[in-house]
Ligand binder design. Structure first.
Ligand SMILES: Nc1ncnc2c1ncn2[C@@H]1O[C@H](COP(=O)(O)OP(=O)(O)O)[C@@H](O)[C@H]1O
Ligand SMILES: [Mg+2]
Length: 376
C-alpha cells in the first residue's frame, strides 16, 4: 500500500496542506511542535478512522474552525487506486470511499493498513493492562471488522448489564431473566473476543519470538501469554469460550447482585511477556522492553502482510533518537524495499540514510511544508 497524495484542511495545526508524489521513504523533518506527528496522525486516521493520540475527535479540528478534512489517495499492489476521506465535525465524522459517503464506519476502517512505531510502544510492555487491551483491540479491529463489531456489542451490553445490576441492587428491578438475557449476549460476543484474542496472540508470538530471537543475536526466547478468566482449554472455538464465560458469569451472580456491578469478563484480560522464562515487565531491562516492543510491532507487519497479501504503511514517530545503532539498523533492514515509510525526526543526523532508499524530505514548519530530495 502506498499513499500517493495527502490533503488536509483545518486539521490540527494545518490550515491547508496538499502534497503529491509521495515517495517510498519520506522523512518529516522539523523542530518540536511543528506538525510532524500531526501528519502521521492524519494517515493513521485514514486507516482506522480514529486517532492514536486522542479519543476526542474535536481535538483534531483546527482551533477556531468547525470541521476538518483529511483526504488521501492510495495505490494498492493490484495497482488500483483508492481515495479515502474523513470529514471531522465537532459531533461526529463522515467517512468517504472514492468520494462516496459511507453509512457505516466499518466499511471504511481497514481499507488501508498502517503500523505506527512510537516511543509510547514501550507501554505495551510497561503500561497498564488497559493499555495492552487497547493495543490488542486496535490491532485486531484493523484486520477484522467482525472483531470490531463484537467488541462494540460487548461494550454496549456490559454497560446495560451494569446499569441493570445497579437498578436491581437499588430495588428498582428484580427480573433475573433479563439478567440471563444480558449474560447470554455478553458471553456470545465475549466468547468471540476471547477466542480471537487468543488466536491473535498465538500468531503474534509465533512471528514475534522469531524476530526477537534474531534482534537479540539469538540470545532471547520471547513468549507471549494471554491472561484471561476464560481458561486456555476453552479457547478452541468462539462457542466453547462463550460457554465458559457463561459459567463464569453464573458463578459470580451472587456477588454481582450484592455489588451491583459486573465482576468478571474479558474486560479484565491482559498479556504478559516472558524472556527466557522471566517476566519482562517486572524484571526486564529498559533495553529488553524496547526490544520486545519492536519485535511486536514488526510482527504486526507480518500478520497484516499474511492477511492482506500486502505490506502496511509504516509510521515511525521519533523513534530513532532513542535507538542504539544496532537496533536501528535491524529495524530499517527488516523493512523490505517496497514498503512505504514515514519517519519523523528533529535531526536528519539521527537517521543513517545510507541504508535506506533516497528519501523525500518533507520539512515541517508551523503547519506548513516544503519538500526536497536528500541533497537539497
Ligand atoms: N486542534 C488544533 N488546532 C491548532 N493547532 C493544534 C491543534 N492540535 C495541535 N495543534 C498544534 O500542533 C502542534 C503539535 O504538532 P505535533 O505534530 O505534535 O508536533 P511535532 O512536530 O513535535 O510532532 C502544536 O503546536 C499544537 O499547538
Ligand atoms: Mg511529534
Amino acid at each position: 500500500m502506498k499513499l500517493e497524495e495527502l490533503k488536509l484542511d483545518h486539521f490540527r495545526n494545518y490550515e491547508s496542506l496538499s502534497i503529491e508524489n509521495l515517495s517510498n521513504v519520506n522523512i518529516l523533518l522539523g523542530d518540536n511542535a511543528q506538525g510532524k506527528t500531526n501528519f502521521l496522525e492524519a494517515i493513521y486516521l485514514l486507516s482506522l478512522g480514529k486517532s492514536f493520540r486522542t479519543t476526542h475527535d474535536s481535538e483534531l479540528i483546527q482551533s477556531g474552525s468547525n470541521e476538518a478534512l483529511v483526504e488521501g489517495t492510495f495505490t494498492r499492489s493490484t495497482k488500483s487506486k483508492i481515495k479515502l476521506g474523513l470529514k471531522i465535525k465537532k459531533h461526529g465524522k463522515i467517512a468517504y470511499l472514492n468520494q462516496l459517503e459511507q453509512a457505516r464506519m466499518s466499511d471504511f476502517i481497514g481499507q488501508i493498513n498502517t503500523v505506527i512505531f512510537s516511543p509510547e510502544d514501550l507501554n505495551i510492555v510497561k503500561g497498564t493492562p488497559a493499555y495492552r487491551r487497547h493495543y490488542l483491540d486496535l490491532e485486531l479491529s484493523s484486520i477484522s471488522p467482525k472483531y470490531l463489531n463484537e467488541l462494540r456489542i460487548y461494550q454496549r451490553t456490559l454497560k446495560q448489564k451494569n446499569q441493570y445490576l445497579k437498578m436491581m441492587r437499588e430495588g428498582r428491578s428484580s427480573d433475573e431473566v433479563y439478567l440471563d438475557v444480558l449474560n447470554n449476549d455478553l458471553a456470545k460476543s465475549g466468547g468471540y473476543i476471547a477466542w480471537a484474542r487468543n488466536k491473535n496472540i498465538g500468531e503474534l508470538e509465533e512471528s514475534a519470538s522469531d524476530i526477537h530471537f534474531r534482534l537479540t543475536q539469538e540470545k532471547e526466547q520471547l513468549k507471549i501469554i494471554y491472561l484471561s478468566e476464560v481458561r486456555s482449554e476453552s479457547l478452541d472455538s468462539p462457542e466453547d469460550a462463550a460457554d465458559a464465560l457463561l459459567t463464569i458469569f453464573k458463578g459470580h451472580r451472587e456477588r454481582e447482585l450484592r455489588q451491583g456491578v459486573t465482576v468478571a469478563g474479558i474486560q479484565h484480560d491482559d498479556l504478559s511477556f516472558m524472556i527466557n522464562g522471566t517476566n519482562v515487565a517486572s524484571f526486564g531491562s529498559q533495553g529488553q522492553k524496547r526490544s520486545v516492543s519492536i519485535s511486536l510491532k514488526l510482527s504486526e507487519i507480518e500478520i497484516i502482510k499474511k492477511i492482506r497479501h500486502e505490506a502496511p504503511i509504516l509510521l515511525l514517530d521519533d523513534i530513532f533518537s532513542e535507538l542504539d545503532q544496532s537496533r536501528q539498523t535491524f529495524l530499517i533492514k527488516s523493512f523490505e524495499k517496497e514498503v512505504q515509510i514515514f519517519i519523523t525526526t528533529t535531526s536528519i543526523n539521527d537517521i543513517d540514510t545510507s541504508i535506506i532508499e533516497p528519501p523525500l524530505i518533507i520539512a515541517v514548519n508551523d503547519g506548513e511544508i516544503s519538500t526536497r530530495g536528500i541533497n537539497g
